[in-house]
Design a protein around this ligand. Structure first.
Ligand code: HAM
Length: 427
């Protein structure tokens, strides 16, 4: 049996890889507009980072981590997310002693031992941003506006933004007690996972999808009513700013998020119609995270978008154009003796920033034209006897089939002109 990619993983093959590049470039461009710089961290970290950062009681840490021991017996874990890694890197490089706030973006693979299904993988990709150093509610609003702008930049205009405040540890303590009191009489009806959550983190019972658990929490107390004055003011300000700038959202009492580090603003963004896994992104504030892993007392906020789910949404909303092979000019060699001339032309084109290629399979002239067509090259440049002797090239537009001659001296401006004309005709 041939070996396949492990369950929950997959290859990103051309031409789909081109769509990934386009998606990543558009998201990076929005991050640039908001003043973010890229951070790259290792794919694995010491396991302790996630245990202490994300929280031992979370599903991610207790059930979904790829943890292994290296040859020296250290426990390492493939990163299930990158917020904890960013906080670790900030402390390690004392980044907080420089200009604040720190604005970072990142993208890359994350690993969770989750049950694979459409939109859910074991190796998946996130594009995320993190801001450290400011507790201002205006940063929360800006981060949310940027997330919405990222969706717009990839053609996704319809979204549902769910927003909640999970308060600070002190308001959460009072809420936790109220919730425990409410759930206690229904405890036996909870699913086994929620029975455990009831002990460790009863807030997570709120977002359980199990109908029995739903029933048990009917009429549950609202976290919003337990927020302390500071947290209530913060949340109010975030909501007002979003409304003032035309960002629609839905206050969602049941949104608690599956990572322990969140404080205050928490959010998720959904795209309707892409299936059960409709959350294309999630995030929130984490004012205690950096301190919890032995760093300074520095507030933070961020989010991560799931790239597989964004691509799915783009496909379904028809905003994903088929991104073709990037070749713009194909150089067809009519006589084998002109191979070297063709290579010089190719190098001249590439040096001028034009994507160009030729045949390397000894195809005859006609087969070369077919090959160029399959590559999707808009222009084919013919190099034959006549051309070489008189110092010009024949250029064929593969759509209109028009042919023109361009002198070798004018090659680059001539080709650029024709490419532009072709693009205008296609538009
Ligand atoms: P998260 O909600 O666990 O948050 O993940 C963010 C997004 O990653 C999800 O909304 C989803 O689109 C995608 N995602 C998560 N798991 C999978 C999976 N198994 N397969 C495919 N896509 C998945 C975090 O990871 C936080 N670190 C976000 C954050 C940044 N909070 C503050 N800063």
């Amino acid at each position: 049996m041939p070996i396949k990619a492990p369950r929950g993983t997959y290859d990103i093959m051309p031409p789909v890889s081109r769509s990934w590049q386009v998606l990543e470039e558009r998201l990076k461009e929005v991050a640039r507009l908001y003043g973010y710089q890229e951070i790259r961290t290792p794919l694995f970290e010491y396991t302790e980072l996630f245990e202490r950062g994300v929280g031992e009681g979370t599903d991610i840490v207790s059930k979904e981590m790829y943890t292994f021991y290296d040859k020296s017996g250290r426990s390492l874990t493939l990163r299930p997310e990158m917020t904890a890694s960013c906080a670790r890197a900030l402390i390690e490089h004392s980044a907080h002693t420089g200009l604040l706030p720190i604005k970072w973006f990142y993208y890359g693979p994350m690993f969770r031992y989750d049950r694979p299904q459409s939109g859910r993988y074991r190796q998946f990709h996130q594009f995320g941003v993190e801001v450290f150093g400011s507790a201002s509610p205006m940063v929360d609003a800006e981060v949310l506006m940027m997330m919405v702008q990222m969706l717009k930049a990839i053609g996704l205009k319809e979204y549902r933004l769910h927003l909640n405040s999970v308060g600070c540890p002190s308001c959460r303590d009072s809420y936790r007690q109220a919730l425990l009191d409410h759930i206690k009489p229904f405890c036996k009806e909870l699913c086994p996972d929620c029975q455990q959550r009831y002990q460790q983190n009863p807030l997570r019972v709120l977002d359980c999808k199990n109908p029995g658990c739903h029933q048990a929490i009917t009429g549950y107390p609202r976290l919003l009513d337990h927020l302390c004055a500071d947290c209530a003011r913060h949340y109010q300000r975030v909501q007002e700013t979003l409304k003032g700038h035309g960002i629609s959202f839905l206050h969602d009492d049941q949104l608690v998020r599956g990572l322990d580090y969140y404080t205050n603003t928490a959010f998720e963004i959904h795209i309707p119609g892409i299936g059960a896994q409709s959350a294309v992104g999630g995030g929130g504030r984490y004012n205690g995270l950096v301190k919890a892993i032995d760093g300074p007392d520095l507030p933070g906020i961020g989010f991560a978008l799931g790239l597989e789910r964004l691509l799915l949404a783009m496909q379904q909303n028809h905003t994903l154009n088929q991104h073709r092979n990037g070749i713009e000019v194909f150089v067809a060699v009519m006589e084998a003796q002109y191979e070297d001339i063709a290579i010089s032309i190719l190098q001249e084109l590439r040096a001028a920033g034009i994507a160009a290629d030729k045949d390397y399979m000894d195809r005859k002239a006609r087969a070369q034209m077919k090959y160029a067509d399959k590559l999707g090259a808009p222009l084919v440049l013919l190099v034959g006897d006549e051309e070489v002797k008189a110092g010009f090239v024949t250029v064929r537009n593969m759509t209109s089939k028009r042919q023109v001659a361009i002198s070798r001296a004018d090659l680059i401006p001539g080709i650029k002109n024709l490419l532009q004309q072709n693009e205008e005709e296609q538009a």
